[in-house]
Design a protein around this ligand. Structure first.
Ligand code: AMP
Ligand code: MG
Length: 318
């Protein structure tokens, strides 16, 4: 466990390291240190008005970060933690304003990854950690993705294998009446959350500044120009003579042999598709194609979250 010891030392000295989680890899630093938090923003080239998620190792730590916590928040936390649900709560003063980008709320979760849980247990501060990718580009679901992005800029990448969930956490906050609000689709489906808390409103950001980068119209994007479509063949036909890649839900298109095709789940399983989503997107992006075409998913279960990512990753809809 040499790496774990090294990770602890680096973090205590305000350095940033990459950590594995079950969702995507994170760029982690001491959430109580302004200095460390600023380094994360710089490294990612992340706008200062986009807050970070704070990762804790146990439910007991929640009270040190947040106040006026609604009962329903505890209910959600005890149901889904450790796991891919981020909860937005009123922050205590102790949480640096840099972490929350000046907001008076803080986003918190307990990640479900054995290595990172061990690390959090050994630290006496929580970890602020956004996804380990330059702002706007595809998230990293393997250590090698992080290495490709940040080779020379990180002292340590803790390799915890491929992320088991593969897409970001679901973000839930509360309105003035303590009613739950969905801020970002993610790895726990809306249906799963609603089973616990009843109907959840969808946050409507019209006219407001985005308070979650996952809400920006452009995010998670490959460098290759990409299109989202529910009619793959029709869209492919627009690119005759070009090198095209397809990102498909469950079936290859056998009549298109020259096109590079990535199938996310042969059995049509949404969780498997989510797990493979960014791996396949990175692979297609590295092929230096003329275009990538994403097949739209059914709007149900995790298909909603996957479509949300695809919509933001695509440069245009077809
Ligand atoms: P990332 O780790 O890259 O998925 O980014 C963290 C996500 O959590 C972003 O979408 C943030 O904007 C969101 N987030 C963090 N803190 C808050 C907050 N206080 N209110 C709303 N969203 C937040
Ligand atoms: Mg991100």
């Amino acid at each position: 466990m040499q790496n774990l010891e090294e990770a602890i030392q680096l973090l205590k000295n305000d350095n940033i390291i990459a950590i594995p989680t079950e969702t995507v890899y994170g760029l982690a630093g001491n959430a109580f240190s302004d200095n460390a938090v600023k380094k994360i923003f710089r490294l990612k080239n992340r706008p200062w008005n986009n807050p970070l998620i704070v990762h804790i190792g146990s439910l007991n730590e929640l009270d040190s970060l947040a106040k006026d916590i609604p009962e329903v928040a505890y209910h959600l936390a005890s149901t889904f933690w450790p796991g891919p649900l981020t909860i937005i709560l009123k922050k205590k003063d102790k949480v640096a304003k840099t972490v929350t980008a000046g907001l008076d709320t803080v986003a918190v979760r307990i990640p479900d990854h054995p290595l990172t849980l061990k690390l959090l247990e050994r630290l006496d501060f929580p970890l602020a950690a956004p996804s380990a990718n330059p702002f706007g580009s595809i998230s990293s679901s393997r250590a090698e993705h992080v290495e490709n992005y940040f080779k020379d800029q990180l002292d340590l990448i803790l390799d915890g294998g491929e992320c088991t969930k593969g897409i970001e956490s679901t973000i839930i906050g509360f309105d003035q009446n303590e009613e739950p609000v969905l801020y970002r689709h993610g790895s726990i489906s809306l249906e799963q959350v609603e089973e616990i808390v009843g109907e959840v409103k969808i946050f409507n950001q019209s006219g407001k500044r985005p308070i979650a980068p996952g809400m920006l119209p452009k995010h998670y994007s490959p460098e290759t120009i990409s299109f989202l479509t529910d009619d793959v063949l029709k869209t492919v036909n627009l690119f005759k003579g070009k090198k095209v890649g397809l990102l498909l839900f469950k079936e290859k298109r056998p009549n298109l042999p020259l096109i590079h095709q990535e199938v996310l789940s042969k059995s049509g399983n949404y969780s498997e598709a989510a797990k493979n989503l960014y791996v396949a997107m990175h692979r297609l992006d590295q092929k230096k194609l003329d275009a990538i075409i994403f097949e739209k998913f059914p709007e149900e279960d995790l298909g909603k979250a996957i479509n949300d990512k695809l919509r933001r990753a695509a440069h245009a809809a077809q």
